[in-house]
Ligand binder design. Structure first.
Ligand code: MG
Length: 280
């Protein structure tokens, strides 16, 4: 009997909140697929837990079994309708930041023009997040400036840059080096003893790229931008992971967009899981 660890990004991947149309009944079909007992569903998101749950309600998404939230800095397990943070993951990412408190990073960067600290609920012990005013700081200037200033703390860190398409603000996350979507998925895969062929990831944008082009079987939904599609193809080729990369296609009625695209990708890797239309 096959089993599947299905990991998916939320915004503009399983949530149809992009400009493109969603296929009719796409989320219903996705929910039915995920309800099968051998599917373990994991949301992998930049959102924190409360914002993730809000999206589940608002868009009537299936409840996941696990949640990798806050850009990979937290992993939660759902048991008896309650969320439990996995402390093993926190210990794992803590190693590089043992000697630093987030408030030291915040103080260090407090006077940088164009940076504004995000709301308290978007910060945690392994995540310091700023809004970036794009009129004052573009990506290369922001990253080089922050990197140079962070050098004085003598810790390893990862700077994640993204753009909030709805508000057109830059977002900067400062994280311990191991705290990312890829490493979190690998941690969960090992923890739950899944094999390579039993894991599929789906995503749509720049912060999904490290997973999309990794040895994890991945799906880029069709509603991704042309720039991300080009980048993913190029990087997968460079890393020799083309066999573990699938670009969902809109063949008819937007069947490659969002959750329909996720399932298209799952059936590409695991055709035996495709529900038979004849009922056999
Ligand atoms: Mg996304």
């Amino acid at each position: 009997m096959s089993r599947l660890l299905l990991c998916t990004d939320m915004d503009r991947t399983v949530i149809p909140n992009g400009r493109q149309e969603e296929a009719l009944n796409a989320r219903q079909a996705f929910a039915e697929f995920c309800a099968q007992p051998w599917v373990t569903l994991v949301y992998v998101t930049g959102r924190h837990l409360a914002l993730m749950q809000e999206a589940i309600q608002e868009f009537q998404l299936p409840q996941p079994d696990y949640a990798i939230t806050d850009v990979g800095t937290r992993i939660y397990h759902q048991r008896e309708n309650r969320w439990h943070s996995m402390s093993g993951w926190q210990n794992e990412i803590d190693q590089a930041w043992l000697n630093v408190e987030p408030k030291q990073i915040i103080e260090l960067l407090a006077d940088v023009k164009g940076l504004k600290l995000q709301e308290a609920e978007k910060q945690n012990a392994h995540k310091v997040s700023f809004y970036v005013d794009l009129d004052q700081l573009d990506e290369p200037r922001c990253l080089s400036l922050v990197e140079a200033m962070m050098a004085s703390l003598k810790i390893q860190s990862n700077l994640i840059w993204s753009i909030d398409e709805t508000s057109h603000k830059g977002l900067l996350d400062i994280l311990p080096p191991k705290a990312n979507k890829l490493h979190a998925i690998e941690f969960l895969k090992q923890f739950l003893h899944y094999g390579e062929a039993e894991v599929v990831f789906a995503g749509d944008s720049g912060n999904d790229l490290p997973v999309l082009v990794s040895p994890i079987q991945s799906v880029l939904v069709a509603n991704a931008t042309e720039a991300v599609k080009r980048q993913a193809v190029q990087l997968a080729k460079q890393q020799g992971t083309q066999q573990q990369f699938y670009q969902a296609q809109n063949r008819s009625n937007n069947d490659g967009n969002y959750s329909a695209g996720i399932l298209q990708g799952v059936f590409h890797y695991l055709p035996e899981l495709k529900p038979s239309s004849t009922g056999n």
